[in-house]
Design a protein around this ligand. Structure first.
Ligand SMILES: [Zn+2]
Ligand SMILES: [Zn+2]
Length: 423
């Protein structure tokens, strides 16, 4: 039997990992700059949380969740996104605390959605997210949006575009839903069955349809942005004004609704146009009602999430230089197995000084060991042969400079340590 990773999942091999660290470091650094604190939450939660948090009629909940029963018959789902869990954790841990200041959180981790795998889209995929909980003010929206943009720019994602919209609040959306329903029902039979079913219960979700003919029919649909209440309209204008002040460029796109029910007011997406159909690399919005809806006190919040796979693909395309942080400092090469004791002695003193080092296989030829150093960007090689053991002086090769020096054992560490900085 040949085992392979399940369809839609993949291994990140050691050769690839430096790109992930590169990206994760940029996210962590920026999160720290704005005082966002890391939160980790379970891979699975009660199914009910996502049904209620993400929305029963969303594609995610209707079609894409991994749902399972545990041995006691309780029903769980692998997390398809992070915000519902964050809201749950917020209610569980912070709701009753005296903390009055807004809470800034960030997270990393795998998410799971059963969708058709394609380039840059997987069933187990990695996301980062930022959440700003406790502020209704437009500056919170602008901070999140600008911080997301800064992360993509620091990661050198080329030609990134920001699109923004307002999806209103329950007050203006109620009225808009009626207007939208009237529009949709005029041509009800022309839409696909999913749309027909959704137009009654949750008409805004019709915009998520991936069907071209449905999208065509929607071209003349009334737009939320033209039907905002005064408060939502003012909020939206203020967010746009702040983005301008922060020199964050954007386009208003009235068709951004995000595929989740919890958004209110601001909704936005980061896009690139060179990865085919997968042009959205991140996005988010305000979710003022979610925490209350899940059983907490009314708590306004705004957040974003981004998939890491598509960013990695864009880095490959733009050929960003990513330093290989994992390359080995020293390969110790015993010419015979009997020199293993001297090798261990050197190995231990290098490790004490935090210099990464391994002992080469003594059965491999010197030539092949040096070749290994070349192809794996090893910085130094120390050769332990008959002459060296007798004289107590060992050959230390600087691989990149192709130079070498004979050094007594007690000085090897110091020599390598001071030369590592120059390599
Ligand atoms: Zn409103
Ligand atoms: Zn449709």
């Amino acid at each position: 039997m040949n085992y392979q990773a399940p369809r839609g999942t993949y291994d990140i091999l050691p050769d690839e990992i430096s790109k992930w660290h590169y990206l994760e470091n940029i996210i962590r650094r920026n999160a720290k700059l704005f005082n966002y604190k890391e939160i980790r939450f379970p891979i699975f939660e009660k199914l009910e949380l996502f049904k209620r948090g993400v929305g029963e009629t969303t594609d995610i909940v209707e079609k894409e969740m991994y749902v399972f029963k545990d041995k006691k018959g309780r029903i769980f789902a692998l997390r398809p996104e992070g915000t519902a869990s964050i809201a749950r954790a917020y209610i569980e841990h912070y709701m009753t605390s005296s903390q009055k200041n807004p809470l800034r959180l960030y997270y990393f981790g795998p998410m799971f959605r059963y969708s058709r795998p394609q380039k840059g889209r997987y069933r187990q995929f990695y996301q980062f997210g930022l959440e700003y909980i406790g502020s209704p003010q437009p500056i919170a929206d602008a901070e999140i949006i600008a911080l997301g943009m800064k992360i993509y720019q620091d990661a050198k994602v080329p030609d990134i575009k920001l699109e923004i919209n307002s999806v209103g609040c329950p007050i203006c959306r109620k009225e808009y839903n009626t207007t939208l329903k009237n529009f949709l029902f005029k041509d009800k039979e022309k839409y696909c069955s999913d749309c027909q079913r959704r137009m009654d219960i949750n008409p805004l979700r019709v915009f998520d349809c991936k069907n071209d003919s449905c999208q065509n029919l929607l071209k003349n649909a009334p737009r939320m942005i033209d039907n905002l209440c005064t408060d939502c309209d003012n909020h939206f204008k203020e967010v746009l004004g702040l983005l301008k002040k922060m020199s964050v460029e954007y386009n208003v796109n009235p068709y951004i609704v995000r595929g989740l029910d919890y958004y209110t007011r601001t909704a936005f997406e980061y896009k690139i146009d060179y990865l085919g159909a997968q042009n959205e690399i991140g996005g988010g919005g305000r979710y003022d009602d979610l925490i209350e809806y899940l059983g907490g006190k009314p708590t306004p919040a705004v957040g974003l999430s981004g998939g890491l796979e598509r960013v990695i693909l864009s880095l490959d395309k733009s050929k960003v230089y990513i330093p290989d942080e994992d390359s080995l400092d020293v390969l110790i090469i015993p010419m015979k197995y009997e020199f293993i004791c001297q090798s261990i002695e050197i190995l231990q003193s290098l490790h004490k000084n935090d210099i990464s080092s391994i002992i080469a296989d003594s059965q491999t030829s010197l030539k092949n060991n040096l070749k290994y150093c070349d192809t794996n960007k090893v910085k130094f090689a120390i050769i332990i042969g008959e002459d060296e053991v007798i004289s107590g002086k060992f050959v230390v090769k600087n691989i990149r400079e192709r130079s070498q020096k004979k050094i007594i054992i007690s000085e090897i560490c110091d020599y390598i340590f001071s030369n590592l900085k120059l390599v």
